[in-house]
Design a protein around this ligand. Structure first.
Ligand code: ZN
Length: 239
C-alpha cells in the first residue's frame, strides 16, 4: 500500500439496509416520524413512548448480519495503521463491529447500549433488552436509564476526533448516507474549503442531497459498490 494521507469513511443507513436493518430516517412508526421519536424533547415529555420505539428498533435489528460492504471495509481497515484509517458511522447498529472493524466512531451512539439519563457517572453499558412501557428501567441513582444514542437536539458523539480525522484525510468515502442530517451532511463541503484537497467519493442506492459536493457519485447497492471502489482505490494508489 503506497497511499499518501489517510482514509475517512462515513457510513449511513444505506449500508445496513441490505442487512435487513430498517431505514428509519423519514419513515413513520405508529404515525410518528423518526425525527419526532428520536428527539430529546419527546424523551423529556414521554420516555415510555421513546423506549417503546427503541425496543422496537432493537427487536428489528437484533438478527441483522453484516453484508459484503461492512466486510470489505473491515478488511480494508487492516491494510492501514490505526492513525491512517478512520471509520465514522451514523448507524446505531453494531454491524461494522460484527464484520470485524476495530475502530468505529459512532457519531449517533449505539442501539444496543444504554446509559443513565442523569449525571451520576454510570458508564454506558451493553443492553439488548426491550422494555415494557409500564416498567421503565431506572439507574441506582433514581434517574431513568435511556438508550445510548444521540437524539435530535443533542450533541453528536466524538466530534473532536472526527473533525481531526477529516482534516487529515486524503480520501473521503461516503456510503449510503442521505446528505441531509447535520453535522454529517456538511463534512464533504468542509473538505472542499480545505487548502489541501481530498478525493471525495459517494456510493449508495440514491443520490444524496449534497451530491454536487462530491468528486465522484456512484449509484447502486453498497454490497457491490464498496468492494469495487476499494479495489479501484487500491489499484490506483499501489506502486
Ligand atoms: Zn444514574
Amino acid at each position: 500500500m503506497n497511499l499518501d494521507g489517510s482514509i475517512f469513511v462515513l457510513t449511513g443507513a444505506g449500508i445496513s439496509a441490505e442487512s435487513g436493518v430498517p431505514v428509519f430516517q423519514g419513515t413513520n412508526w405508529r404515525g410518528r416520524s423518526h425525527y419526532d421519536l428520536a428527539n430529546i424533547e419527546t424523551w423529556e415529555r414521554d420516555p415510555a413512548l421513546v423506549w417503546e420505539y427503541y425496543s422496537h428498533r432493537r427487536s428489528s435489528a437484533r438478527n441483522a448480519r453484516p453484508n459484503a460492504a461492512h466486510i470489505a471495509l473491515a478488511e480494508w481497515e487492516r491494510s492501514f495503521s490505526r492513525e491512517r484509517f478512520f471509520l465514522c458511522t451514523q448507524n446505531v447498529d453494531g454491524l461494522h463491529e460484527a464484520a470485524g472493524s476495530q475502530q468505529v466512531a459512532h457519531i449517533h451512539g449505539k442501539l444496543f447500549e444504554s446509559r443513565c439519563s442523569g449525571d451520576c457517572g454510570l458508564k454506558p453499558f451493553p443492553d439488548q433488552n426491550v422494555y415494557d412501557p409500564a416498567s421503565l428501567p431506572h439507574c441506582n441513582c433514581g434517574s431513568l436509564i435511556r438508550p445510548n444514542v444521540c437524539w435530535f437536539g443533542e450533541q453528536p458523539f466524538g466530534l473532536n476526533s472526527i473533525y481531526r480525522a477529516l482534516d487529515e484525510c486524503s480520501i473521503f468515502l461516503a456510503v449510503g448516507t442521505s446528505g441531509s442530517v447535520q453535522p454529517v451532511a456538511s463534512f464533504v463541503a468542509m473538505l472542499r474549503q480545505r487548502p489541501h484537497p481530498a478525493r471525495t467519493i459517494y456510493l449508495g442506492l440514491e443520490e444524496p442531497a449534497n451530491a454536487h459536493h462530491f468528486d465522484e457519485v456512484h449509484l447502486g447497492a453498497a454490497s457491490q459498490l464498496v468492494p469495487e471502489a476499494i479495489s479501484r482505490l487500491m489499484a490506483r494508489t499501489a506502486g
